[in-house]
Design a protein around this ligand. Structure first.
Ligand SMILES: Nc1nc2c(ncn2[C@@H]2O[C@H](COP(=O)(O)OP(=O)(O)OP(=O)(O)O)[C@@H](O)[C@H]2O)c(=O)[nH]1
Ligand SMILES: [Mg+2]
Length: 177
């Protein structure tokens, strides 16, 4: 696990995969600043907001690598493998956005990476009739892809965002210490 000299905190790097407009930037913003905006500004470059958290009395810098579609492939040639986790974000009102993550799961497997993974269904604040991804489909996806965690979140109202990211971070810390 790398040390960040300036802050004296160990770094945990979580990579957010996901189709455009699923809410990757909103999740990152909710986690790091506890803010939300309904405006959509598509990202074309990588951004990496971070937040300091404390686990078992130690401070960690949790960096969220928010990937845009055009750089995802390049980014997979990741080298610092120890403190990295992968989050596959989908919009639970849009089934194709779940399917989108499949090719990145394969790409990660092909590279022999076995980092902790989390499937994250965003926009659980939306009304039930808009839902296109049912729990049975999620369970199937998780089993087929050997995903470590699965969660539904809302960047809009904050449900499960903090908890799930901290849980994944704690899992990464315990798996490498
Ligand atoms: N209802 C609802 N809308 C959300 C939520 N999260 C994000 N959105 C909206 O969905 C749209 C896309 O959100 P972004 O966070 O920009 O999505 P993104 O995945 O970063 O998109 P790209 O940068 O294009 O890859 C915005 O209009 C957000 O306000 C949520 O939890 N609930
Ligand atoms: Mg974005």
């Amino acid at each position: 696990m790398s040390n960040h000299a300036g802050l004296g905190a160990r770094e945990i790097n979580l990579v957010l995969f996901g189709d455009s407009a699923v809410g990757k930037s909103s999740i990152a913003r909710r986690f790091t600043c506890w803010e939300y905006s309904p405006n959509y500004i598509a990202d074309h470059v990588l951004h990496r907001p971070f937040k300091l958290i404390t686990l078992d009395g130690k401070q960690y810098k949790v960096c969220l690598w928010v990937l845009s579609i055009n750089i995802t492939e390049r980014f997979l040639n990741w080298t610092n493998r120890d403190s990295v986790g992968f989050i596959f974000v989908y919009d639970l009102t849009r089934k194709p956005s779940l399917d989108y993550n499949q090719k990145w799961v394969y790409a990660i497997k092909q590279r022999g990476l076995s980092n902790p993974t989390m499937l994250m269904g965003n926009k659980c604040d939306r009304p039930g009739w808009e839902r296109q991804v049912e729990p049975s489909l999620v369970n199937e996806w998780v089993t087929d892809n050997n995903t470590d965690f699965s969660v539904e979140v809302s960047a809009k109202n904050g449900v499960n965002v903090e908890e799930s990211i901290v849980n994944l971070s704690a899992h990464i810390v315990s798996s490498i210490s």
